[in-house]
Design a protein around this ligand. Structure first.
Ligand SMILES: *Cc1c(COP(=O)(O)O)cnc(C)c1O
Length: 404
């Protein structure tokens, strides 16, 4: 047993109390800069790196601008009602991107699952409680093009529906039956599928079946945030933590009010739902809104010019080595930013692209890239400004050492 005096003495020796400038019970006065700075990643032995790859979940996506961090800190200090916040933020986002309604989800993947659930259930919470293993009273099929079938389609199947794959518009029309819940489109593959936007949306409208477009990685350009709802897609999904640079664990579901209200029946705080594990709290909801505001306000031309110059700087450094070939390209839809491919004559530069990428990873500072057996791929849009110079120098250094 310790007495009260002893207890107080011991408590005051605990650093968090000793270090706080104000009483921890004064709530709103607690702000993060009063906590001593710690280098958590170093303490854990987790290596940080320069992201020359792009917006990859495995690399933790993007870095949020300070205004977004500030909104997250702000939100973390006060309680609000979760639905109330989602209601207000949904209205505000809908205004910003010119659609009927919106909600913040736990990523584009979650937007796809919740949106599909909303299509299935309408405003019936009993139906939401049945998903995914009992679709009684609900439709059970979602149709998409073969070329649009990717791993992320698991987000649709999470609701218990079956995927029906078609190739042509004729096949699509034939596949529609009384079990067809939704038609799903993968924006990134808009140019490879045989059914284009207009025809796809028209077929949905003809049959009164909602259409969804997965645009997860598809800003820039900024106009895509309204282009596809205006085109007539009933639901459109974006990642929050890619080009918009919001929280990596947030996303946007945009489109028809009735469907998004229905989708929210499957979202937290409601517990007996498929979406209960896709929780986002006030911090991410507010962070997402502020990231979107910042993204819309940004000088997109100036940013593009910066990326162009950065990629050119790295390309120039690499092509100064004999035998190295550089190709600057811009993917048509997803990750639509200046991108660099490096290849070389391996009789002159004696290293394979995968080995080369390993050397960049292992070096100081560590640099992450993408690539294949044949090339190394670089983008600069997820870097901190200035890091392009370090990347250019490291690439040149490694190419030179492999060339001698
Ligand atoms: C990134 C991505 C997703 C998943 O998005 P999250 O925001 O990480 O959930 C879904 N579909 C496509 C095409 C993507 O590129």
């Amino acid at each position: 047993m310790i007495n009260r005096r002893e207890l107080i003495k011991r408590l005051s020796a605990i650093p968090i109390f000793g270090a706080a400038l104000v009483s921890p019970f004064e709530g709103t006065a607690r702000v993060s800069h009063q906590v001593p700075r710690r280098d958590y990643f170093r303490e854990l032995g987790v290596r940080t790196f320069i992201n020359a790859a792009g917006t990859y979940t495995a690399m933790t996506g993007c870095l949020m601008p300070p205004e977004v961090i500030s909104a997250i800190n702000y939100a973390s200090n006060q309680y609000v009602n979760l639905d109330d916040l989602q209601d207000k933020v949904g209205e505000r986002i809908a205004q910003l991107v010119h659609c009927e309604y919106a909600t913040v989800t736990a990523g584009a993947f979650s937007a796809i699952t919740l949106g599909t659930a909303g299509v299935l259930t309408g405003m019936d919470p009993d139906k939401a409680a049945k998903i995914p293993n009992d679709l009684t009273g609900m439709k059970s099929e979602v149709i998409l093009q073969k070329d649009h079938h990717i791993g992320y389609c698991h987000a649709i199947r999470n609701t218990g529906v079956n995927l029906v794959l078609v190739e042509t518009a004729e096949e699509l029309r034939k596949a529609i039956n009384d079990q067809t819940a939704m038609l799903w489109f993968l924006n990134a593959h808009a140019n490879s599928g045989k059914v284009g936007y207009e025809e796809f949306v028209a077929i949905g409208k003809e049959h009164g079946i909602p259409t969804m477009n997965d645009c997860a990685a598809d800003v820039p350009p900024v106009e895509n945030l309204w282009k596809y709802t205006e085109m007539g897609f009933d639901l459109v999904c974006f990642s929050g933590g890619k080009g918009i640079r919001g929280p990596q664990s947030a996303g946007l579901l945009l489109g028809r009010r009735d469907l998004i209200e229905a989708a929210r029946l499957s979202a937290p705080p409601r517990g007996d739902t498929v979406g209960r594990g896709m929780k986002i709290n006030k911090e991410e909801i507010l962070g997402m809104l502020v990231a979107l505001e910042l993204y819309l306000d940004k000088d997109h031309k100036a940013e593009w010019k910066l990326w162009d110059e950065q990629i050119q700087l790295i390309a120039n450094a690499a092509s100064s080595i004999d035998g190295v070939e550089t190709e600057i390209h811009i993917p048509d839809i997803a990750n639509h930013v200046p991108s660099l491919k490096l290849r070389w004559d391996q009789s002159k530069v004696k290293v394979t692209p995968p080995e080369f990428r390993d050397r960049l990873t292992m070096g100081h500072p560590s640099i992450q890239t993408v690539g294949s057996e044949e090339h190394v791929g670089i983008t600069t849009w997820m870097m901190n400004p200035g890091e392009e110079r370090i990347v250019a120098a490291r690439i040149k250094e490694e190419l030179m050492s492999a060339a001698t």
